[in-house]
Structures are given as C-alpha cells and as structure tokens.
Design a binder for this molecule. Structure first.
Ligand SMILES: Cc1cc2nc3c(=O)[nH]c(=O)nc-3n(C[C@H](O)[C@H](O)[C@H](O)COP(=O)(O)OP(=O)(O)OC[C@H]3O[C@@H](n4cnc5c(N)ncnc54)[C@H](O)[C@@H]3O)c2cc1C
Length: 382
C-alpha cells in the first residue's frame, strides 16, 4: 500500500524486509505439507530464534531483538503471509517472552536469556480452561503453597505450542487462604506432575501444537511465581494489548496471501472468453478487499504506535484485532469464491488460508470480547 503520511521509519522498513525474506526462504517452503501432517515447525523456530524472532520485544540487554510494537507487527505480518501456524506459535511465544521481560526476577531472567538464545524452543501461555475461556476469572486450576514450593492442580485447554514449549506461563488460583486471586507461575517442560495431553485435531493452523496441559500435584519452586502473588491478571494484561495487535498483524498477513492468490487467479482464469479480472464483479470484489486490508493495516499501525508511545490503548488494540480478523474472514471467503471449484481443492493454497483464517476471530479474545472492551471505553466517558 502507499503510505501517505503513515510512513514507516527506515528501521521499521528494514525489519519488514528482513522478515519477508526469511518468510519466503525459511517459513513458506513446507507450509502446505505441515498443514497436511500437523508437524510442528520446530526446525524453523530454531532458525528464527537465531535472529531474535522468539523474543522480538524483549530488550537487547535481556538477549531479545528489542523491537517496538510496530516492528513486531510488521514481522508478524510477513511471517503469517507464509504460514499462519508458524506465526501463531511466534505470537504466543513472544507473549510469554514479553511477560517475562517485564516481570521476571532472579533465575527467571536466566531462563529468559536461554529462551531468547533458542535453547528452550517456544514458550506457552496457559490461561484457558474448559470452564474459563472468555471468562478468565472462572479458571479453577489451583496453586497451593507448600513450604518453599507451589503445588499446581488442574487442567488448561487449547494451549498453543503446548506440545513443544520449553516452559509454560500458567495462571492459577492462589487464593486457598481467601487472601488473593490469580497468580502466574513458570513451569518448565518435564516438571513432575505436568502432563502434555492429546494434540487437538484442528480445522486450521494445524501445525501449532495445540494441546491440553494437566497438572497433578505439580510442584514448582516458590521462586517460579511470576510477578506478585495475586497479580496474575496484571501480568496477563501487561502483554495483552501488544498480543492483540500481533494477532491483527497475523490476520492481515494471512489475508494478504489470500488476496495475492485471488488477484493472480483472476488475471489468469478465463470465463466466457474473457479474463475473470475483466468482470466488474471481480473488480468490485478486489476493490472492497484492498480497501479493507488497507483499513486494517492503518488500525494495526495506530494501535502499535500508541503502545510504543506508552499508551494503554486497550480499545485501539481491540479495534485493530476485531477489524483485521473479521476483514481477513471476508477477504479469504471472497478470494476462495473467485477460484470457483478450484478454491475448494487442497491443490490451491486458498483452501488452507480459508481454514487458517477462521480461528483468528476466536483466540486472544473473541470478536465479541473485543466489542465488549471497545464498548466499555465508549460508555466509560458518558
Ligand atoms: C487454535 C486455538 C489456540 C488457542 N491458544 C491459546 C493459548 O495459547 N493460550 C490460552 O490460554 N488459550 C488459547 N486458546 C483459547 C482461546 O483463547 C479461547 O478459546 C477463547 O478465549 C474463547 O474461549 P472459549 O473457547 O471458552 O469460548 P467461550 O468463552 O465459551 O465463548 C463461547 C461464545 O460465547 C461468546 N461470549 C462469551 N462471553 C460473552 C459475553 N460476555 N458477551 C457476548 N458473547 C460472549 C464468545 O465470543 C463465543 O462466541 C486457543 C484457542 C484456539 C481455538
């Protein structure tokens, strides 16, 4: 798109170019095959880790890439254009990294440095439970203090990268004594009492290692509490705005891939003796899609710039996530329609993009939850 007054800095442009190059060379090859087999992109992550992609917003002194929210969003968009599964693994992993960068103390900082170097694979963000998705306050996983340890019991569901993560940030009720609410705990892979469950057989984003995490008397040192006791919500919220901008960027990258496939197909396919692109309907469909993609990009950029300026920007982040994910759904649907019957075949990438797109309206807060956040802000000033 032309930027007219919304130009990127030289550094931001460079980040987008580096990410696009990596996405083309390293991430795109095999994306269709990973979708078929569900194989986790472990080797690709190892490659991306070398360039700081697992810790994009972690400051350089902690071993991260020190990117701004704008830089992060541009990188995410480029990776998602190549493979949405890899992008969502990066999204949840970078969320955990950002939380640790802000709240980690002592040994947790050592773990963060090892993670940023790529020694631990991805991290996972474990909040959702069977009875507590949108209503995160309803979670029941318990953390009980026992001497110099916390003992976790309960189950998390739908956890991205659960199958391969080197550590998990787990949110649990630590209020056995009625004094506090939810706290965040760092649980390393292989901790006794932690079982990684069956991997979900999903519609799309099939190689993102989504699974349950079961905790049965899972004992972690008291020093694995992240942030203050009872401060779990604050810990989660501290990274949520940036996380939502990241999912807006992911949706945008995915939709751009679908749009490019639609434009190419419309130019090449002939119907009734003319290129499909000569039909006015096709032109209108492309015009509507380009307009929505540009609008989504602007909302994403506004939210990311606001976060970089130190604003909380909760409503702006939710607007970016809401609009970009819903526009993504409309664009992939239109582009599949342009492909006719071939769009319904696994031989064309649009079929995978269509399936990959659907979940963006569900995770990191559903569209309905984004609307609640936006409406709350509107009504708070009335
Ligand atoms: C592929 C995938 C990956 C995921 N990765 C992670 C992860 O890494 N970590 C993690 O913790 N979670 C993860 N999740 C979970 C995800 O965040 C939740 O699925 C999501 O928050 C919705 O929760 P739920 O599924 O319990 O739906 P529910 O909360 O039961 O919602 C059901 C429906 O009701 C609507 N609804 C709920 N409350 C309201 C309301 N107040 N007003 C109006 N409508 C409402 C919802 O929008 C939805 O349409 C993932 C999910 C998927 C599918």
């Amino acid at each position: 798109m032309k930027h007219f007054g919304y130009e990127l800095t030289d550094e931001e442009t460079q980040i987008a170019e580096v990410a696009a190059d990596l996405a083309t060379r390293v991430v795109a090859p095999g994306a269709a095959e990973r979708d078929r087999t569900g194989r986790f992109p472990a080797e690709i992550l190892a490659e991306l880790a070398k360039l700081g992609f697992l810790a994009m917003k972690v400051p350089a002194q902690d071993g991260g890439a020190g990117l701004s929210n704008v830089g992060y969003a541009l990188a995410m968009q480029a990776i998602a254009k190549a493979c949405a599964s890899t992008a969502v693994v990066l999204a949840s992993s970078n969320l955990t990294a950002k939380i640790l960068a802000e709240h980690a103390t002592g040994d947790q900082r050592t773990l963060l440095a090892r993670y940023a170097r790529g020694e631990l694979g991805p991290g996972s963000f474990a909040l959702t439970e069977a009875r507590g998705g949108s209503d995160a306050a309803a979670i029941r996983t318990r953390a009980t203090r026992d001497g110099d340890a916390w003992v976790l019991d309960g189950e998390k569901v739908w956890i991205t990268s659960a199958t391969h993560a080197g550590f998990h940030l787990v949110f649990a009720r630590s209020d056995g004594d009625g004094k506090d609410g939810i706290s965040c705990f760092l649980v390393e892979r292989g901790t006794p009492g932690l079982t990684v469950g069956r991997e979900e057989d999903k519609m799309g984003q099939r190689s993102s290692g989504t699974a349950t995490l079961a905790f049965d008397g899972c004992r972690v040192p008291a020093t694995n509490l992240v942030g203050r006791r009872g401060g779990g919500y604050g810990v989660a919220l501290s990274a949520l705005g940036g996380g939502r901008v990241g999912i807006a960027a992911l949706s945008l990258g995915l939709a751009e891939a679908a749009y490019a496939a639609g434009v190419a197909y419309a130019a090449e396919r002939e119907v009734f003796g003319k290129p499909l692109s000569a039909m006015q309907n096709t032109q209108f469909v492309l015009a509507d899609s380009r307009t929505e993609l540009d609008a989504a990009w602007l909302l994403m950029l506004r939210a990311a710039r606001a976060l970089d300026a130190g604003e909380r920007a909760g409503a702006e982040c939710s607007m970016a996530k809401l609009f970009a994910t819903e526009a993504c759904g409309r664009v992939v649907d239109r582009m599949l329609q342009l492909h006719g019957g071939y769009g319904y075949s696994r031989e064309f990438p649009i079929e995978r993009l269509y399936r990959d797109a659907r979940v963006t309206r569900i995770y990191e807060g559903t569209s309905e939850i984004q609307r609640l956040v936006i409406a709350r802000e509107i009504l708070s000033s009335v």
